[in-house]
Ligand binder design. Structure first.
Ligand code: C2E
Ligand code: MG
Ligand code: MG
Length: 539
């Protein structure tokens, strides 16, 4: 079947002269055969139906009818009825045959037209996204191939809708279709000469040619949809990240061009929207991410992960109040990768649970060893919101804490500020429950998530960790003022404030003056292996 289709396509692609030659040779052979077998009285004339149908196949009804007339004349007035006796045909005789030939050509032409129509319907379906009704990426490949072969330059935009899934899940599934339709309408209104395609239900591809005006319309679109707007009584926003790749000629395949535009928006941090341009460095980073994702399962199995402990200092008496437990990956000769990278990848590929199981088990083991040596400090664990929302994980950790017989009040759970408000009420009730059990809750990296102090105060927590970003900017008056008001607000709520990333004596003096309770940073110590931490503690 596939072979047959290939053959058909090859014949149809022949140059016109080859097709004419083929039909001509067949017709000449039949005419000769007709003549040598005695003329038109034999049924050899029926064989002319072959080149007629072939002509219709090549050139549809018009070509078929022309062939029918030519062959009707060849087998008609020019062909004797009986060659031996030299009797010619009567006009009725050959005209009737010519008409029959023409009918066969018209009929087969009609059949081929129907087949063509069916083919183009199927092709159209193959090229259309059923959800958006737009052309899909296959059509993009066809159009891009045409542009490349004509040497036409173009820019590809990929528009990824960041939160459309969440709108469907948490707001109203019916809203998704309306929003997508509104967006398509806007895109078409903003730019008339636009080639628009659906990559998937939540991603679009756009081709822009150099002669069309600037890309300002994309910027307008992004900012229009990034702010809240009303639709069907709902207030929603539709942030999007747009990847841009400019094809400047040369030997690149359409799929590579599309990949580059899609890789470009991978530069966006979590939930970040805006325009992102392709450069070769990103491709390198994406390759690295793939390598990390591929080797992470083995890292867990092969025990390449290990833990380090960074001291947290109480600023009232300079004592070691506790440690923050941080993961490390021993990658041998391969490029080192820090936890902020591999934890994010582990979350994306669904391995974070295995990593946290490893961290909790190993840390509990270490804590019980230190408890048996009478070391009494607090222990901070970094966890992701997803784990806290997982009932199985909490049950598992609770059983483990009982097995190791550890005090819950010595354990702090650090959650980065960015996720706290996004995850909403469910997370709040889990945090309340954990606090009731005795655990302490810490808001990590405070200041990086754009939450106001008022929103943070609605979340049940005990400790606020001011992010290193602000500690690095303590020389600015407005930063010092901001930290001062954060500390006094936190103290009014009876919370403890920790400064992260203290590297210099000046920074330490400054945060002490501002009233901070605790500090952590390279000035005191880098994260340490257990035996080094013991030395630090006693040294
Ligand atoms: P974090 O929880 O805010 O941890 C503090 C980070 O700042 C650590 O980076 C620490 O090594 C670094 N740091 C501490 N003091 C200084 C300083 O004075 N200067 C500088 N430049 N850096 C300092 P690290 O270990 O690379 O961890 C990065 C992030 O990865 C952590 O940020 C945490 O969010 C996450 N993480 C680390 N281990 C785990 C883990 O086991 N599970 C989870 N879910 N996240 C983890
Ligand atoms: Mg932390
Ligand atoms: Mg932090």
């Amino acid at each position: 079947m596939i072979e047959g289709t290939k053959l058909q396509k090859n014949i149809l692609k022949w140059p016109k002269r080859y097709k004419v030659l083929l039909v001509g040779i067949i017709a000449i052979l039949i005419t000769n055969l007709m003549y040598v077998t005695g003329g038109s009285r034999t049924s050899v004339a029926q064989l002319f139906h072959i080149p007629i149908v072939l002509s219709t196949y090549f050139w549809r009804t018009r070509g078929g009818v022309i062939s029918a007339i030519v062959f009707g004349i060849l087998a008609g007035p020019l062909m004797p009825l009986n060659v031996e006796e030299g009797i010619m045909q009567t006009p009725t005789n050959w005209v009737v045959r010519l008409v029959v030939f023409a009918i066969v050509a018209t009929f087969s032409g009609h059949v081929f037209d129907q087949i063509d129509r069916l083919h183009s319907e199927i092709r159209e379906k193959d090229l259309t996204n059923p959800f958006t009704g737009l052309y899909n990426r296959n059509k993009f490949y066809i159009d891009a191939t045409n542009n490349i072969s004509k040497g036409r330059l173009f820019t590809v935009f990929t528009i990824k809708l960041i939160n459309i899934d969440s709108i469907g899940k948490y707001v109203d599934p019916a809203l998704v279709e309306k929003l997508i339709n509104q967006l398509i309408r806007d895109l078409k209104l903003m730019h008339e000469n636009l080639e628009l395609y659906s990559y998937s239900d939540d991603e679009f591809i756009l081709i822009k040619y150099p002669e069309c005006n600037s890309i300002g319309f994309i910027e307008d679109l992004i900012s229009k949809y990034a702010t809240y707007f009303k639709i069907d009584d709902f207030e929603v926003r539709l942030p999007m990240k747009v990847g841009v790749y400019e094809y400047l000629g040369g030997n690149e395949s359409p799929s590579k061009i599309l990949d580059k535009a899609r890789i470009a928006y991978e530069q966006a941090k979590e939930r970040e929207y805006g325009i992102f341009y392709y450069n070769d460095k990103i491709e390198e980073e994406v390759k690295e991410t793939f390598e990390i994702a591929a080797s992470l399962p083995d890292a867990i199995k092969e025990k390449e992960l290990f833990l380090v402990y960074q001291p947290k200092i109480n600023l009232k008496d300079d004592s070691v109040e506790g440690v923050e437990i941080l993961s490390r990956w021993n990658r041998g000769n391969r490029k080192p990768v820090g936890p902020n990278v591999f934890i994010r990848i582990a979350e994306e590929i669904g391995l974070i649970k295995d990593i946290t199981h490893f961290v909790v088990e190993h840390a509990f083991n270490q804590i019980s060893k230190w408890e048996s040596k009478d070391i009494k400090i607090n222990y901070s664990f970094n966890v992701t919101a997803r784990e806290l929302l997982d009932v199985d994980f909490i049950e598992w950790a609770e059983k483990l804490i009982e097995t190791f017989n550890l005090e819950r009040t010595n354990i702090e759970i650090e959650l980065t500020e960015r996720v706290l408000c996004e995850e909403g009420d469910k997370l709040t009730s889990v945090l309340k429950y954990l606090r009731k059990l005795g655990y302490k809750i810490s808001v990590d990296d405070f200041g990086t998530g754009y939450n106001s102090l008022t929103t943070i105060s609605e979340i049940p927590f005990d400790i606020l960790k001011i992010d290193r970003y602000f500690i690095n900017r303590l020389d600015r008056l407005e930063v010092r003022e901001m930290i001062k008001s954060v500390i006094s607000f936190a103290h009014r709520l009876d919370k403890i404030v920790v400064a992260e990333g203290i590297e210099t004596k000046d920074q330490l003096d400054c945060i002490k003056k501002l009233g901070c309770d605790m500090a952590q940073g390279y000035y005191f110590s880098k994260p340490l292996l257990p035996e080094d931490f013991e030395q630090y503690l006693y040294g």
